[in-house]
Structures are given as C-alpha cells and as structure tokens.
Design a binder for this molecule. Structure first.
Ligand SMILES: Cc1ncc(COP(=O)(O)O)c(C=O)c1O
Length: 437
C-alpha cells in the first residue's frame, strides 16, 4: 500500500494575515492625539526614583512595540494587516441615526450613536485587545494576564488571545464575578481562565483579603494581582484594558470611523457624549474630533459621562497616583479618587476605577473636554428609554453616555447634531436592568 504525500501546507503563525478582504472603511492607521496637543502630557514616573520611565522599566510587563506606542508623538500609527483583518469581523461599526429616540424625546436635535456592541465580545474593548494580543504574540509572549471590572474586558482579551494563540488569565472584580456569571462563561468559552479578585493566588490578593475578607473588590485590586503574576513569569505579559496611551490609541478607530461616517452624509458633530471609566472608549471616540478641533478650528464639544459613585474627573484630584492598590504600577498623572478608594458596587462595573486616563485628564485640564457625573438611577432610566425606542439594550456603562445625551437633547432648541458613544451591549447585564425595573 502506498501513502500519498501530505500536501497540506505547514501551519502558518497566527500573527500572519489569512487573506480576509478588509472593507476600505476600516481605518489603516490609528490616530494619536499627542501629536496635536498644545502641550505634552506629563510623563509616567518610576515609583522609586520619581524620574520619567524608560522603556526598560516597562519591559517586564509589555512588548516593545506597545512601549513605543505608549510614548509615541507620531500623529498616525499604521495598523498591521492581521489586526485589520480581525477588525473586519465587526468594523466599521455602525453609526446610526436614532430617529425613534428623537421622536420619543420630542427634540429638534439630531441624535446619532456609534455602536461598538457589534464586536464578538459585545463592546469596544476588542479594538485594543486584538492589538495587544497581536504585538505580544509577535514578540513571543505566550500568556497574558489582566483584570476585568464588568467582564467585558476579560472576555475581549480572552477572545483576542484565542485568535492569536495566547493563554489568558483574568482577575475579575469580586462584585462583578458574583453578579455577572455569564461574562466568566464567555471568557472560559474562549479558553481564558478567570479568578475572582481579590484571590488567594497572589501576595497582593492575600494582603487585601486579610485587610477585609468581605471586600467587593475593585479594579485597582485586580490590577495588582494581574501585574504581580505577569512580572513573575518570564513568558507572560500584562494587558490593561483602559487608561494607558496605547490603549486609547487603538480605540481611535471608533472616532476615525465616526468622523468619516458623518462626513459621508454631510454632518458635523456639535457635541459628543461618551461614558468614562478609565477613559478608553471616550478617548477613542472623541480624540479624533478634538484633534480636528485643534488642527482645523472646528468646535465639536466633548462630554465625559462618569458615574456619580466614582467621579474621578469631576471630583478627583489631578496628581500623580498609582494605577493599582498595591502600588506596583508606574505613577501616572491623572484625576484620581486615591488608589485605595473602593467604589460602591454599582452595576456599571467597568466604571468603578479610581483614576482617569492621563491623556483624558490632561485634555480635561486643557479645557478640551467637559465632564458630568450621572446617578445610577438616571443612567438606567436612560438605558431603558433608549432600548424601548431603538431596540438595543446598552451596557450599564454606556447608559451614562445615553443619559448625558438625552438630558442635552431634551433641552435642545435647535437641530444640532449629537453623537453618543454606545460602547457596548447589555444583553449579559440583564439582572442589572431587572433590579432597576
Ligand atoms: C461597555 C463598556 N463601556 C465602557 C467601559 C469603561 O471603560 P473605558 O472608560 O475604558 O471605556 C467598560 C469597561 O469595562 C465597558 O465594558
């Protein structure tokens, strides 16, 4: 008996393009606001020396390509083709005119929403998860660790790791681990491993449990656990779902597309509303608009909508602080409620972060964006109103942006154009809606 030769091609690395036809509306470059700011944002500092961080200080946690993006001042950064191919699974995301919501509100304003809930994981988070997993895989990392608040980021990183061949280990804030079991199941379906935080798996977690065995956890605590594990494993790196410059850079695909989509129908945004936890969907949507304001003199307003229970921009101090509770991260100049602040366990778990992205904080200080704080009840009422008019049930985080926009539209007296950043869908958050109804 003869055996035929094996003509199957050798498997190609998962980081190589597979040949997907990518629609031309999927951006070819990310946009970096640092290139257009009138003054540079204050640098991240080494916690020991208090000197600006060098690339080597970040090397135990991040691949070199992301470290370079973190400090880049280039206006445009090319998006690798493999990432564009994965983006093409859901990008360009739709920009939709909310005509039924306009009618329900009786407003003369035109309301559009940019909907990121169409991604496989259900939010904007895969825009950076895919990029972070890609650069790590290219540089030989085999595992990523991370924290997650609502579970949206953990699910997104698990999704990205599965497509790019990495292991993924996630610490999910205790309050949301208990309240949102479907997010954990989503992570596990993608092959991720998920622990409640604080856990007894890390030194940081054990110290936090010793201090308060019944703590509901916080994003700051979960970050400490994920950073600790990554720093001790030479094959592992850490991935952050918000706050850092490279995360906001990757999220700029949202705003780049929105600008193009508005241009294509001859519209200009008068005001943009985005919810703000660590600042990544807000920055991703609004920075291309702010960049255009700075370069071309347009006047689009940007309003960050944060939860009244965790109001870092509207109530926090602007100073250097740690990104985590244990003090393992670099010092970041940001609006902060203090690293030890444990927000009440509101349903919008992704907004329970003590600080705000340094780039968003800096833009706020420069007067390039405004901020409001929204009560949970008001946010859910807006989410329900939106769902009943437009059909989409917004993620609890996104309802804050909807609430800001609805209040603005109700008071509008002209046909001004409002854009809402609808960062995710809430179909796995229905118990939160149920509590409210
Ligand atoms: C749907 C959604 N929107 C918003 C956020 C808040 O994060 P950021 O401010 O980084 O966009 C989260 C965080 O988990 C989220 O899941």
């Amino acid at each position: 008996m003869t055996t035929s030769p094996d003509v199957r091609p050798a498997p190609r690395p998962l980081t190589e393009p597979v040949g997907t036809v990518v629609p031309s509306q999927v951006p070819t470059h990310w946009y970096n606001l640092a290139a257009d700011l009138p003054e540079p944002p204050p640098p991240a500092l080494h916690p020991g020396t208090r000197e600006p961080l060098g690339p080597q200080d970040l090397a135990p946690l991040f691949p070199m390509a992301l470290i370079a993006q973190e400090v880049s001042t280039e206006r445009y950064v090319e998006i690798p083709q493999t990432i564009r191919e994965i983006y093409a699974l859901w990008r360009p995301s739709p920009l939709v005119r909310a005509l039924r919501l306009e009618r329900a509100l009786g407003t003369p304003a035109k309301i559009y929403y940019k909907y990121e809930g169409v991604s496989p994981a259900g939010s904007h988070k895969p825009n950076t998860a895919v990029a972070q997993a890609y650069y790590n895989a290219v540089e030989g990392t085999t595992k990523l660790t991370t924290e997650t608040g609502a579970g949206q980021w953990g699910a997104s990183l698990s999704f990205a790791c599965s497509l790019l061949g990495l292991q993924c280990e996630v610490w999910q804030v205790r309050a949301s681990y208990d309240a949102k079991p479907y997010r954990r199941m989503q992570m596990e379906t993608y092959g991720g491993v998920c622990h409640p935080s604080p856990s007894d798996l890390t030194e940081a977690g054990r110290a936090m449990l010793a201090a308060d065995p019944d703590t509901t956890g916080s994003l700051g605590m979960a970050i400490s656990e994920a950073v600790e594990v990554a720093a001790q494993d030479p094959n592992a790196h850490y991935a952050l779902g918000s706050v850092l410059n490279h995360v906001l850079l990757h999220q700029s695909v949202i705003g780049i597309e929105a600008l193009d989509q508005l241009d294509a129908i001859g519209e200009t945004a008068d005001v943009v509303f985005g919810c703000a936890g660590g600042g990544s969907n807000l920055g991703g949507l609004s920075f291309p608009f702010i960049g255009r304001n700075l370069r071309d003199g347009t006047t689009t307003r940007v309003v960050a909508c944060e939860p009244a229970a965790c109001p870092s921009l509207t109530q926090g101090e602007y100073r250097y602080d740690f990104g985590d509770v244990a003090g393992l991260t670099p010092l970041l100049k940001m609006h902060t409620l203090g690293k030890d602040f444990v927000p009440p366990p509101i349903h919008a778990g992704g907004l329970r972060y003590h600080g705000m992205a340094p780039m968003v904080s800096h833009a706020y200080e420069l007067g390039l964006l405004e901020a409001i704080a929204v009560e949970q009840e008001v946010a859910f009422a807006a989410g329900v109103e939106f769902a009943r008019a437009e059909g989409i049930i917004p993620a609890p985080e996104s309802t804050h942006a909807v609430a800001g926009a609805i209040a603005h539209a109700r008071a509008a007296t002209t046909d001004e154009t409002i854009v809402i950043g609808l960062s995710g869908n809430g179909v796995l958050d229905l118990p939160a809606y149920h509590d409210f109804l």
